[in-house]
Design a protein around this ligand. Structure first.
Ligand code: PGA
Length: 246
């Protein structure tokens, strides 16, 4: 099954009210000249509602960066999937390596959050990826296949979702694997998805130092169904050429 590529921008903990103009500039450019792919922005939760209002009806989809597995309750500081949906988000990034590392999230935690996202009607974008040590030990495929098997619950059957392969050592480092290295992991992820979710066609995004000058090559790779972009998604002038490369 072929699906349109998805180019998603992860703003991480960046963005105040004056950053809304970047999303508006991107949206205007895509109204003038529509993209060949789906385009999503994942601003900090504090900006979602305002971004929904300022981009209303535009081509840019909006998502959160994480959610709590429970719908409500005594979880100070957490945000539920239902709250993201209520704010106007349609997607949510789950299991990003910064959450796995800094907040000690396990594959089981990620799987519970995926179920929460589905419960709230959000499309989960589930991140996997090996560390530098695992990469150097030649363990990338084994680690990533295990993460895919354990972070993606059966509840995803028949639902729309995406997977993002993000080698931890490539995130924010300016380093990327070779195209052959990216393809090897994407093919391994596709084979793993096919055993549990046959014919899902879920796009497999690559993430980690995607920039305007490497986007076309990466996006042309076998089984590369899009990109998850951090630093280069903060400004429309940097993000738009990546969208145009898809
Ligand atoms: P980067 O981040 O594009 O800044 O490397 C990617 C990500 O963390 O999703």
């Amino acid at each position: 099954m072929s699906t349109r590529k998805l180019i998603a921008g992860n703003w991480k903990m960046n963005g105040l009210a004056d950053s809304l103009v970047e999303a508006e500039t991107l949206s205007r450019a895509l109204i003038e000249e529509p993209a060949n792919c789906r385009v999503a922005l994942h601003p900090p939760a504090t900006l979602i509602q305002r971004m929904v209002a300022s981009l209303k009806g535009g081509p840019v989809e909006l998502g959160g960066q994480d959610c709590q597995a429970e719908a409500s309750g005594a979880f100070t500081g957490d945000i539920s999937a239902e709250m993201l949906r209520d704010a106007g988000a349609h997607l949510v990034i789950l299991g990003h390596s910064e959450r796995r590392t800094l907040h000690h999230e396990t594959d089981a935690d990620v799987a519970a959050k995926v179920e929460a996202a589905l419960r709230a009607g959000l499309e989960p974008l589930i991140c996997v990826g090996e560390t530098l040590i695992q990469h150097q030990a030649g363990d990338a495929v084994r680690v990533v296949v295990r993460q895919v098997k354990q972070s993606l619950p059966e509840a995803l059957k028949g639902r729309r979702f995406a997977v993002a392969y993000e080698p931890v050592w490539a995130i924010g480092s300016g380093q990327t694997p070779s195209l052959a290295g990216i393809e090897e992991l994407h093919i391994a992820i596709r084979e793993t998805l096919e055993t549990t979710f046959p014919g899902s066609g879920a796009p497999i995004l690559y993430g980690g130092s995607v920039k305007a000058d490497n986007a076309a090559e990466i996006l042309g790779g076998k089984e590369v169904g899009g990109a998850l972009v951090g630093g280069a998604s903060l400004r429309a002038a940097d993000f738009l050429p990546i969208v145009r490369a898809a």
